[in-house]
Design a protein around this ligand. Structure first.
Ligand SMILES: [Cu+2]
Length: 481
C-alpha cells in the first residue's frame, strides 16, 4: 500500500530553510500594506493571501499571479477581488491558483480614495513533499477494492454455472467444472490488472518524487589554513537550477551567515566571491576552533532564491580583518540572551519591543527593535547596512528553520528588484513598495521586520544594524508557542 498515495505534492516557498510563508511590508501607491502569502498545500494548488493596511480609505484590493520574469510576466490573468473582512475593514483575504513550479509573483492592486496603487510580491514555488493517503481512507478503499475483485470472480462463476439452466434445475458436475475454470481465469485476470495498475501508479509516484524540491548541494572545506571554499553541486531535482546564473543582491552574489555551534554565540555575515563555476571562496576572519553552520543565500537569474546549507569543523583560524560589508557579532550563548534586551558596544543596547503577548507560530507580525544609548535615549548615527536599516536572521536552535529577513520582508532584494522591473515594464509606478532605497536622511533608531514563525519551538533572533560606521549585532532567545 505504500505506493498507493495520492500523487499530489505540497508546494512551498523555498527561500530560507523550513520557513515557506512570504511576508512583505511595503506600499501600493499611497497605501501601506502588509502582505502574507501562504503557498498551497498541493500543486497545482491554492495560495492563501492576506493583506492588511493601516490606510482606512481603501475601497478594493485585487490580486493576480504571473511569472516573476520573462514574457509571461506581461500577461497577467484577470485579477480576483480580495474579500474584505467584516470585523476588520482594513483586512483583506484571497486565494490564487499556483499551477507550476518556479518563480512567481502576486500582483496586489489597491484602489481607494487617493487613486490606485500596485505592489508585486515575489513567491518562489516548488513541491517539497508528497502527500500520503490517509490510512483510514486507504483501508476503506482496500476493503471496497477486495469486495469488487471477489465480486467479479463470483459473478463470472455464477453466470457460467447457472445462467443457461432452466428455472428450478440444479447445476450439474459439468456446469460446476466449467464455472471453476472460468473463475480461475477471471481471478488471474483481476490479479494481473491489479498488479499492472500498481506498477503504473508506482511509476507515476516515482516520477513525481523527482519534482520535490531539493536545494543545490554545498560542500564546505578549508584551504590553505584560512580560505573557505564552497563548492556547489546539483541535487538531483528535476528542475536543475544552474550553478552559476546568480544575480547580485546589493552587489553581492552570496550572503553567507556563519553561526558557531552549539552555543550560537558567534555569528558572521560574509560575502564570498564566485571564483569559478559553482565555486565560491572567502578569506576567513579570525575564528575560534569549532563547528560552524553555514547558510548561503543566493538568487538565480529567474528570481528563484535558494538557501544552501552546510556545516564545517574548523581549527582555530588566524584570519584577516573584516573588510567591506562583512561583519561579525559576539553575543550571549543561546538560552542566556533573553527576549528583551541585548547589550551592544559602548554601553548601547538593543531592545525588542515585543509587548506582553506570547509569540505564536504562524501569526504574522512586525518584529520591532529599538537601539538606545547608555542613558536609555534613542541612539543617533544609524546608517544603512547594505542598503537596509537592518538585517535579521530567525534561526531555530535545532537549525530546522533559518530565515534572513529585511524590513521590507522575507523576499530577497534581488527578487524584489525583478518585481520592481516587472511593474515598471507594465507602466506602473516603479518605486511602489520599495522605499528602502531612498532612506539617506537620518535613520530612526528603530527597525521592524515583517515575519511569522513557521512552527513552535526555541529560536534565536540575530538583528544587525549599522551605527557610526560599525555593524552591531543583537541576539534574542524566544520560545514560540
Ligand atoms: Cu540581509
Amino acid at each position: 500500500m505504500r505506493r498507493w498515495m495520492i500523487g499530489l505534492a505540497a508546494v512551498t516557498a523555498v527561500a530560507h530553510v523550513g520557513s515557506p510563508d512570504v511576508f512583505l511590508e511595503g506600499t501600493a501607491g499611497p497605501y501601506p500594506v502588509f502582505v502574507t502569502i501562504r503557498p498551497p498545500a498541493v500543486i497545482p494548488g491554492v495560495a492563501e493571501i492576506e493583506i492588511r493596511s493601516s490606510a482606512a480609505d481603501i475601497t478594493a484590493v485585487r490580486i493576480t499571479p504571473t511569472p516573476l520574469a520573462g514574457p509571461g510576466a506581461r500577461f497577467a490573468p484577470t485579477p480576483d477581488e480580495a474579500v474584505r473582512s467584516k470585523e476588520d475593514r482594513q483586512f483583506f483575504t484571497g486565494s490564487l491558483w499556483m499551477m507550476t513550479t518556479g518563480s512567481w509573483q502576486v500582483r496586489v492592486m489597491v484602489e481607494g480614495t487617493r487613486g490606485k496603487g500596485e505592489l508585486s510580491v515575489p513567491v518562489p514555488a516548488a513541491a517539497n513533499r508528497t502527500l500520503g493517503m490517509q490510512t483510514s481512507l486507504g483501508a476503506l478503499l482496500a476493503v471496497l477494492g477486495l469486495i469488487l475483485a471477489l465480486g467479479i470472480v463470483s459473478i463470472v462463476g455464477a453466470a457460467s454455472r447457472e445462467a443457461r439452466l432452466d428455472p428450478g434445475v440444479a447445476a450439474g458436475d459439468d456446469d460446476r467444472r466449467r464455472a471453476r475454470v472460468k473463475m480461475a481465469v477471471t481471478a488471474a485476470l483481476v490479479t494481473a490488472a491489479l498488479y499492472l495498475g500498481n506498477a503504473w501508479w508506482t511509476a507515476e509516484a516515482d516520477s513525481y518524487a523527482k519534482s520535490i524540491y531539493k536545494p543545490l548541494k554545498m560542500n564546505a572545506s578549508l584551504e590553505g589554513g584560512g580560505t573557505l571554499v564552497l563548492q556547489l553541486e546539483h541535487s538531483g531535482w528535476f528542475q536543475a537550477e544552474s550553478l552559476d546564473d546568480f544575480i547580485p543582491d546589493h552587489t553581492h552574489l552570496m550572503h553567507l551567515y556563519v553561526i558557531r555551534e552549539p552555543e550560537m554565540e558567534r555569528v558572521w555575515h560574509l560575502h564570498p566571491e564566485m571564483t569559478g563555476g559553482g565555486r565560491f571562496t572567502h578569506g576567513l576572519p579570525a575564528m575560534p576552533a569549532g563547528r560552524y553552520r553555514l547558510y548561503a543565500d543566493l538568487v538565480h537569474r529567474s528570481g528563484f532564491p535558494e538557501t544552501l546549507v552546510a556545516a564545517i569543523d574548523l581549527p582555530e583560524v588566524a584570519g584577516k580583518p573584516l573588510t567591506g560589508d562583512d561583519s561579525a557579532g559576539v553575543v550571549a550563548a543561546v538560552g542566556r540572551a533573553g527576549d528583551a534586551v541585548s547589550p551592544l558596544a559602548g554601553g548601547h543596547r538593543m531592545v525588542w519591543e515585543r509587548g506582553a503577548e506570547p509569540i505564536v507560530a504562524k501569526r504574522p507580525a512586525a518584529f520591532r527593535f529599538r537601539v538606545e544609548d547608555k542613558d536609555g535615549k534613542p541612539a543617533s548615527g544609524m546608517e544603512l547596512y547594505m542598503g537596509m536599516p537592518g538585517h535579521a536572521a530567525f534561526v531555530k536552535t535545532d537549525h530546522s528553520v533559518f530565515a534572513h529577513v529585511h524590513p521590507t520582508g522575507s523576499v530577497p532584494m534581488a527578487a524584489m528588484e525583478l518585481a520592481r522591473q516587472s511593474l515598471a515594464g507594465n507602466g506602473e509606478a516603479a518605486a511602489a513598495g520599495h522605499e528602502g532605497h531612498g532612506m539617506h536622511a537620518a535613520l530612526p533608531p528603530v527597525v521592524s521586520f515583517p515575519y511569522g514563525f513557521p512552527q513552535a519551538g526555541v529560536y534565536r533572533v540575530f538583528v544587525q544594524v549599522k551605527r557610526a560606521g560599525v555593524v552591531e549585532t543583537g541576539a534574542f532567545d524566544v520560545t514560540v508557542q
